[in-house]
Design a binder for this molecule. Structure first.
Ligand code: LMR
Length: 397
C-alpha cells in the first residue's frame, strides 16, 4: 500500500523549532515559528487564560460533545470581538461564525467551501504565509501569486497589486491578510483597504481574509478595520481567525471561520455546507480552547485583563522592533532594515539570501525561516547586540 510514498522533508517552519532545540550551543536565538516570547524566551500562559481555565475546570460537569459550531458562547463572543458591538452585518443576520481547530482549520473548511461554490482561483500577494499554498491546494484550489511586497523598500508594490486586483472576476477569491502580514509585516493602509474593497464592489470577487494577529498591530479596534469594513460593504466574504497568538492558545487549536453572505438565507446555506464539511473532517472542534475564549470574553473582568495582556504583548513587540532598528543603526546597517520599525505584528523579512540565513544558523545559532523571515518576539535587549553583530558579519559576505 505505502511502498510508493516518498519521504517528505519536515515542515519548513515547524521543523525550525526542532532544529533550534537540538542546537547544544549556550548562546542561540530562535526567530523561527510565530509564537510570543518573554525576555527569557518563554511563551507563558496568559493570566486571563489561567483564571478562565480554573473557573471552567471547577464548573465543568461533562465531556459530552459540543455542537458542531463549537463551545457554547464562543461564536457570539468572537463575532462581537472581531466585528464590534452592533455591526450591521450581524444585525442583518448576514454573519455566521463557527469555531474551528485553529486558524488552519478555518482556512481548510473555508477553502473547501469555496471549492464547493465553484471558486475558479485564489489570488494572493507575494509572498504569503508558507502554509497558505499547500493548505488551499489540499482543498483543490490553485493559488496565483501577484506582486505585493517590495523587498527593497520594505513597503508595498501597491499599484501592481491593484492592477492584478482590478482583473479579478466574480468567481475569483482574493486572499488578504487581516493585519500583521505574515511573513513581511507590511500591511495595507486603511486608504488602500478602501480601494481593494471598492474593487471588490465593482468586480464581485470574494475576499478570503486570514486574520491571525488581532490586537498585535495598533489595538483590537483599529486592527479590525479591514474585517469590519469588508463585512459592512461587501455582500460576500470569508474571514479566518486564529486565537493562537492573541490568546496564547497555540496548542489548544482554537480559531473561527466567519461566513458573510448576501442574505440571511444565503448564509443559512453557507452554514449548512460549512458544518457538513467540518463533519466530514473533524466532526466538531475541540471544546477546551473555545470555552476559555468564551469565558474570557463573557466576563468583563477577564476581558479587561485579557485586553491589557494583548496590549502588553503588542507593545513589547513594537519595542523589540525599535530596539533592533536602533542597534542595527549603531552597527552601520540600519538603513537596510529601517522599514522594520514601520511594519506590524510578529514578522519582518531580513534582506538575506538563503546562504546568509544558513550562515546565521551555523555561525551564530540564529534560527529563522529560509526566506529571511524573522519573528521579532525573539529579539530583545539581552540578545540584540549579539544578533546584530552576527548580521553585520553575514551581510558583509
Ligand atoms: C508561523 O507562521 O510561524 C505561525 O503561524 C506558525 C505556523 O503554523 O506556521
Amino acid at each position: 500500500m505505502f511502498a510508493d510514498l516518498p519521504l517528505l522533508p519536515p515542515d519548513a517552519l515547524l521543523g525550525l523549532t526542532k532544529l533550534f532545540n537540538e542546537d547544544k550551543r549556550a548562546v542561540k536565538i530562535d526567530l523561527g515559528v510565530g509564537v510570543f516570547r518573554t525576555l527569557d524566551g518563554r511563551t507563558p500562559i496568559l493570566e486571563s487564560v489561567k483564571r478562565a481555565e480554573a473557573k471552567l475546570l471547577s464548573a465543568q460537569t461533562t465531556k459530552v460533545y459540543t455542537p458542531p459550531e463549537g463551545a457554547p458562547g464562543f461564536a457570539d463572543a468572537i463575532a462581537r470581538l472581531l466585528l464590534g458591538e452592533g455591526h450591521p452585518a450581524v444585525a442583518d443576520g448576514r454573519v455566521f461564525a463557527l469555531q474551528t481547530p485553529g486558524g488552519c482549520g478555518a482556512l481548510r473548511v473555508g477553502a473547501e467551501l469555496l471549492k464547493r461554490a465553484g471558486a475558479a482561483r485564489v489570488v494572493a500577494g507575494a509572498p504569503t504565509w508558507a502554509n497558505h499554498q499547500p493548505l488551499l491546494a489540499a482543498a483543490g484550489l490553485a493559488v496565483e501569486m501577484v506582486p505585493y511586497y517590495d523587498a527593497k523598500t520594505g513597503g508595498l508594490f501597491f499599484d501592481d497589486f491593484m492592477s492584478a486586483v482590478e482583473k479579478l472576476g466574480p468567481k475569483d477569491v482574493l486572499l488578504l491578510h487581516g493585519g500583521c502580514h505574515n511573513p513581511t509585516g507590511a500591511d495595507l493602509s486603511p486608504a488602500q483597504i478602501d480601494r481593494v474593497i471598492a474593487a471588490a464592489e465593482r468586480h464581485g470577487f470574494a475576499p478570503l481574509v486570514d486574520f491571525a494577529y488581532h490586537g498585535f498591530a495598533a489595538d483590537l479596534d483599529a486592527d479590525a478595520f479591514m474585517a469590519r469594513e469588508i463585512a459592512r460593504r461587501l455582500p460576500e466574504a470569508l474571514i479566518t481567525y486564529s486565537c493562537s497568538k492573541n490568546f496564547g492558545l497555540y496548542r489548544e487549536r482554537v480559531g473561527a471561520l466567519f461566513l458573510i453572505g448576501e442574505t440571511r438565507e444565503r448564509v443559512a446555506a453557507m452554514r449548512s455546507q460549512a458544518l457538513s464539511l467540518a463533519r466530514g473532517n473533524y466532526s466538531m472542534p475541540p471544546a477546551h480552547g473555545g470555552s476559555i475564549v468564551a469565558e474570557i470574553l463573557q466576563s468583563s473582568d477577564l476581558a479587561a485583563l485579557w485586553k491589557r495582556e494583548v496590549a502588553e504583548m503588542a507593545a513589547q513587540i513594537r519595542e523589540n522592533r525599535r530596539l533592533f532598528v536602533r542597534t542595527a543603526g549603531e552597527m552601520q546597517f540600519g538603513e537596510r532594515v529601517a522599514a522594520i520599525e514601520r511594519q506590524n505584528g510578529m514578522f519582518s523579512m531580513l534582506p538575506l539570501s538563503e546562504a546568509q540565513v544558513m550562515a546565521m544558523r551555523e555561525r551564530y545559532g540564529v534560527y529563522m525561516a529560509n526566506t529571511g523571515r524573522i519573528n521579532l518576539c525573539g529579539v530583545n535587549r539581552m540578545n540584540v547586540e549579539y544578533l546584530c553583530n552576527g548580521l553585520k558579519d553575514v551581510l558583509r559576505s
